[in-house]
Design a binder for this molecule. Sequence first.
Ligand code: KIV
Length: 279
Amino acid sequence: MSEGRITVPTLRARKRRNGDTPIVMVTAYDEPGARIVSDAGADIILVGDSVANAVLGYEDTLHVDIQVMAHHTAAVARAKPRCLILGDMPWMSYHLSPDDAVRNAATLIRAGAHAVKLEGGRARLPAIEAIIRAEIPVMGHLGLTPQSVLAMGGFRVQGKTADAAGALLDAAKALSAAGCFAFVIEGVPDVVGAAVTEAVDVPTIGIGAGAACDGQVLVFHDLLGLGKGTPPKFVRQYADVGRIATEAIAAFAEDVRSGTFPSDAESYHAPAGLGDALA
Ligand code: KIV
């Protein structure tokens, strides 16, 4: 482990109510993305299963398996970022048995992750406990869990009734008691994000869960304007990289078609005499 890297124990202790700085988490799926996120000073790179939508063109996250996640985790790890690398466990990699969950978590660790994240509440406790017993740190993920898209009937804000919010609070307490070092709370009303954050001693990292969480996460492509269609309400787009990239490639196309690329300075030159010999 390289000097100065962000670790699980330092993250586990970071609560805003203790005066700590909020945790910054951004997704990345490849080496250049990981370099950018690390150079920008984020704390955690999430190699999210959102690679399915953001990079691979699927409509949901159900189409990536552990091999795909390991492939992208390894690419991120090659950037040697200062951030903690968090490998996202894909659908069906922790649902069959605790043993299977441990094996799949180990696949992400061997690919370069320092911890894993998985979705769900009390039903996932056996898998979470088994992975933690194998010395692999686990981040939970509650609220709008995208791998439950079929069961939820779409990507819908969760925890909107007193019962549903109570169940979320109960799950959050159970996950932190089981040893999760943090969890993501996604797509819940801000008061629910605040109540969960207050109820647990480990940090919460919000996405569409209001301002009170102990950290925030966004998807790389949403943050940079590389996404398709209108981003969800909770996204703040900090740059229009998609437009800049399209304009740059259009300029290249124009230069090729007009014959101004490559220039003399962009061409290799032969030793004196070779041109004459080829004439
Ligand atoms: O895969 C992902 O990008 C995520 C975030 C939405 C937290 O799980």
